[in-house]
Design a protein around this ligand. Structure first.
Ligand code: ASP
Length: 439
């Protein structure tokens, strides 16, 4: 067996957390490749090292004094070295970073040093080899992840190394400069490493015991999701459920490597399993509920729209020309609605409207803002009748007006549009009918 284990920032925020990580790794000799984040918050008032690094960069580009913030970063690492009584010193590394900052190095390099330095410490603590991600993760000249080169180089490199620490979050460009993934990107690194070494499992250790059926900020003490498929997770994380970076499933998905989300502070919990497909029924008809506020709907009406060939294409053309992606497109015989992100759309709205007018000559265009979308996701919906009926009667009982409904042909999810102010109520109503009523 061969496991890739990724530890998030809160799992490696201080010496005590490092000890928990060391203990977890020691429990299973198959945990051979380890991907760390930068030190995260030690308590709710603390700051993440990555945020401190971005601040340092801002001060440096504006030619302001960054020594105070930089000293804070140094002390975060030095405290870990002291707490664990490590033999390693980061003095030279700090000097190099300071020099590079003064010479105007890019923000990605600066941000990536959080993982880089933490990787050096973790490798030393575990007695594992340190492999700099810049040598094994690559981007092409346009800044896109270069999967072909990465998998080949990383596989060859790690084949010869029994146990290694590979820092998360970054890789290198063809000219050797450092580039990071988007925030939270160490999850992607873990997935890339798992794919490269064809791991049996990708364990992602964080500070919660996996996914919840609904957001704990809305539902007190929600139930856990024991098993979820990649596709279900994709729907949920796209709609705001954030435990794992939404791009982290792509590398492992192709190889069918399962991801196990675990809690560093409660290693005895089984966490959540993310798998390609499963015959195992989920505990409830639905697997999860997630959602986001801040959408707009653009409703277009025109008599006999249905018989006008090319109408839909022309409407979408107006959005494409203004570089706006659309989320959903429910339609009727003589109406068509385009749902877009409000913040992307609002400043271009009049341009889009006039282009739709010019291209399609509609009878009416009506824009409604402050909408929320809720995704009710579950592989169990395919085999159970009346799911949408139950959702809508629950919403009616909760006095929530449904503005839009969209059910994908996969029967994996139902998307419901409501007013922003009804968002929390709607989620509670759906959770109650499918989860609370069934416990
Ligand atoms: N340290 C980076 C961040 O804070 C990446 C990560 O933790 O995954 O976004």
């Amino acid at each position: 067996m061969n496991k890739v284990v990724k530890f998030g920032g809160s799992s490696l925020s201080c010496a005590e957390q490092f000890e928990k990580v060391g203990h977890i790794i020691g429990l299973d000799k198959d945990r051979r490749y380890v991907v760390p984040s930068a030190p995260g918050k030690r308590d709710s008032k603390d700051r993440k090292v990555t945020d401190l690094l971005y601040e340092t960069y801002e001060l440096a580009v504006n030619k302001e004094d960054f020594s105070g913030v930089f000293a804070e970063i140094e002390s975060r690492y030095n405290d870990i070295i002291k707490g664990l009584k490590l033999g390693v010193s980061l003095k030279d590394e700090f000097a190099t970073i300071r020099k590079n900052l003064k010479n105007g190095i890019g923000s990605d390099y600066v941000a990536s040093r959080g993982e880089y330095l933490n990787g050096i410490l973790l490798a030393d603590y575990l007695g594992y080899a340190f492999v700099d991600a810049a040598e094994v993760i690559f981007f092409d000249k346009d800044g896109n992840f270069d999967s072909e080169k990465t998998y080949k180089v990383m596989r060859e490199k790690l084949e010869g190394i029994e146990r290694a620490v590979i820092p998360g979050f970054y890789g290198s460009m063809p000219d050797g400069t450092i580039k990071t993934f988007s925030r939270g990107g160490s999850d992607i690194t873990g997935s890339i490493v798992a794919r490269s070494v064809k791991a049996d499992v990708y364990e992602n250790w964080t500070d919660v015991s996996g996914f919840f059926v609904a957001d704990p900020r809305i539902i007190t003490d929600p139930e856990n999701i024991e098993m979820i498929t990649y596709s279900e997770l994709r729907e949920l994380s796209y709609m705001g459920a954030s435990v794992l970076h939404e791009d982290a499933i792509f590398p492992v998905r192709r190889e069918g490597i399962p991801i196990n989300i675990r809690n560093t502070n409660k290693p005895e919990d089984n966490g959540s399993w993310i798998v390609q497909s499963t015959g195992q029924k989920s505990r409830f008809v639905i697997t999860g509920i997630a959602g986001k506020k801040g959408f707009c709907s653009v409703n277009i009406e025109k008599d006999k729209m249905n018989s006008e060939v090319g109408f839909g294409r022309k409407v979408l053309q107006a959005f494409e020309d203004n570089n706006i992606s659309f989320e959903h497109m429910p339609s009727g015989i003589d109406t068509m609605t385009i749902i877009v992100h409000q913040d992307e759309f609002i400043e271009k709205e009049q341009r889009v409207v006039s282009e739709i007018n010019r291209l399609t000559h509609p009878d009416n265009i009506d824009i409604e803002s402050d909408l929320a979308l809720i995704a009710v996701v579950g592989r169990g919906m395919r085999s159970s009748k009346g799911t949408s009926g139950r959702i809508f009667s629950a919403l009616a009982h909760a006095n929530v007006n449904v503005k839009m409904i969209d059910q994908g042909s996969s029967e994996l999810n139902i998307i419901i549009g409501v007013k922003n102010e009804d968002f929390e109520n709607a989620i509670r109503a759906i959770y109650n009918i499918f989860v609370v009523a069934q416990l």
